[in-house]
Design a protein around this ligand. Structure first.
Ligand code: NAD
Length: 268
């Protein structure tokens, strides 16, 4: 009986106490939900952003007024300088880095035949290069400080599921799939885990056009076995699971958080 009570008490403890996390693209949509969830569970959070500084300031205020710790940092993660600034800030402000969430992403729809070099390179830089070097620089920091660490790459069902008319995004997310698998295998012996969290359709600004069109939204939701677009908090919960001790045996793989859409796509 006493053991069960102790176990229940242990479960109730915050899962990321004394850990530090970076969340790229952390002041909106899925990134914001991840920041809130990790901070709620005790993590010190470095919130990366490139736009809307007021939203970042509000988010930092929400977290600190609830007793948590967070700082906002303006950094473009498509450049290594931007990524280095985030890691340097985590170490300077909180002493170490434990969780790197590569979440920033953009989408510009086009088919292969419509694609141009500049747009392709922009999407690959923001969506894939940022995760590649974010994983590398975080892993170097984990190894230098000791004690392991976790990289969570926010990919998409489109890491594995073609979307005609959105090819550069699919190529970037497909690249993240093999980044995570290969880096996870390379870094496992050093205690560094690398895991993709792959959302299906989530109600965030990236999807405003579909969300604000009742006909499009109905069509999308009827193709999802759970019959609804996800709230961003569902992705925040999955990232917490992966980043915490509960996810300790996950690496070099993908957790799909998609309401079953990849298995029930007929009708889309
Ligand atoms: P969002 O547009 O709210 O979030 C993207 C964030 O990335 C924004 O905060 C944006 O400012 C930031 N960003 C863009 N370029 C950046 C750069 N160069 N440096 C730093 N930050 C930059 O949309 P979201 O839906 O929250 O997207 C978050 C992630 O989830 C993306 O990687 C996206 O591909 C992925 N995703 C979203 C969905 C969905 O349905 N919403 C589905 C699957 C995957």
């Amino acid at each position: 009986m006493v053991n069960v009570q102790n176990a229940i008490r242990r479960e109730a403890q915050m899962q990321l106490e004394n850990k530090t996390a970076i969340v790229t693209g952390g002041n909106s949509g899925i990134g914001e939900a991840i920041v809130r969830r990790l901070a709620q569970d005790g993590a010190n959070v470095v919130i990366d952003y490139v736009a809307r500084p007021d939203d970042t300031a509000d988010l930092v205020k929400d977290i600190t007024s609830a007793g948590g710790k967070a700082v906002g940092v303006e950094a473009d993660v498509s450049s290594l300088d931007g990524l280095r600034l985030l890691i340097d800030t985590a170490v300077r402000e909180f002493g170490r880095l434990d969780v790197m969430v590569n979440n920033a992403g953009i989408e510009k729809r086009h088919s292969l035949l419509e694609a141009d070099e500049e747009t392709f390179e922009t999407i690959i830089s923001v969506d894939l290069k940022s995760a590649f070097f974010g994983t590398q620089l975080a892993a170097k920091q984990f190894i230098t400080q000791g004690g392991g660490g976790v990289v969570v790459n926010v990919s998409s069902v489109h890491e594995d599921w073609p979307m005609p008319g959105n090819i550069s995004y699919c190529v970037a997310k497909g690249g993240m799939r093999m980044l995570t698998r290969t880096a996870g295998v390379e870094l496992g012996p050093q205690g560094v885990r690398v895991v993709n969290v792959a959302p299906g359709a989530v109600a965030t600004p990236i999807n405003d056009a579909t969300m604000n069109d009742p006909e499009q939204r109905e069509k999308l939701e009827s193709a999802i076995p759970l019959r609804k677009v996800a709230d961003p908090s569902a992705i925040g919960d999955a990232v917490l699971f992966v980043a915490s001790d509960a996810g300790r045996y996950l690496t070099a793989t993908t957790v799909f958080v998609d309401g079953g859409i990849m298995q029930g796509s007929v009708g889309l």
